[in-house]
Unconditional design. Sequence first.
Length: 365
Amino acid sequence: MTTDTTGTAARDGEARPGGPADSPFVRACRREPVPHTPVWFMRQAGRSLPEYREIRANVGMLESCRRPDLVAEITLQPVRRHGVDAAILFSDIVVPVAAAGVDLDIVPGTGPVVAEPVRTAEDVERIRPIGRDDVSYVDEAVRLLVAELGETPLIGFAGAPFTLASYLVEGGPSRTHAKTKALMYGQPELWHALCARLAEVTLSFLRVQIEAGVSAVQLFDSWAGALSEADYRRYVLPHSTTVLSGLADAGVPRIHFGVGTAELLGAMGEAGADVVGVDWRTPLDVATRRIGPDRAVQGNLDPTVLLAPWSVVETEVRRIVEQGRAAPGHVFNLGHGVLPETDPEVLTRVAALVHEVSARRAEQG
Ligand code: CP3
């Protein structure tokens, strides 16, 4: 009757053999034996697909994130087409921040744009804590999807405090994160207040998705690689830890992802991740030495390789599957999101190739 009851029932259901909690994707996240290396693609739901462009033709990005029927359809499109091992909820990292009262839009070709960038303690105070009622469309979309997806796991996600703070302080995308870092170094108290508030919003947002039945969550700290390890540990790690360690008892694997994070991989694992995302700059065997034996890895094909001839793609996929064997668990993915100009047929072939070259002659089960 209540959401709690439904949420718990959904999670209990997942624990069944053959349910999403027993899928190759979730098993790899947990470092359990798998029949093949699972694969999904960051930004698989999006502009590389003609069926996505068609459905989005007359609907704004934020509006499409708030319509459960559209969210469900767009999330399912790449699963039907590519045979990937997981779906990722169609949404955007700024959705919970908008629900918390920040005036923003997602501008095509630019990304999130914030009307009044954060400058003062009053600006931070205006970011309200959120609950399920503020994002009921996400709760509804996840429930629709879990019912529709059957044994395929659904990944929920949120932006991490640093990456969200960067958009809020810069007012939009930034190459240097100069205003963000100026606030971080110059007004550390204000910085920590902002990140603490964002961590609270993010934790609530992920809890809503977990209660509604997602099988895993990914925290995107896309821009964390802009920091040295010392500054990451001092200014960012405590807040990302609030989010990830705050979900330790939630019963779903937690993936922690960033770009340009070769020096941060160990720290990103320590934040409370079960899986650490790795970009294409660090080979997976090297990455796993930095991360340690207690965590799985996810990655790490350079998304631009998908624009190269198939023989190049094939060589790279085989190398990554091989290097992934050094890790205690490997989820194949790109090192960052699918580029809009990618031929979707190449993605389908990559998913099939990963399954083929990683298939274990399984005596299991
Ligand atoms: O991965 C998926 O398939 C799920 C969907 C998803 C989107 N955004 C949809 C989207 C996810 C997981 C995100 C996360 C996100 N959003 C991140 C973290 C991941 C990363 O790429 O580093 C970041 C930094 C954002 C912020 C953002 N939103 C950017 C930089 C852009 C691109 C701007 C542009 O138009 O080039 C967006 C818009 C956005 N988010 C689109 C999609 C499909 C494109 C909007 C459109 O189709 O009109």
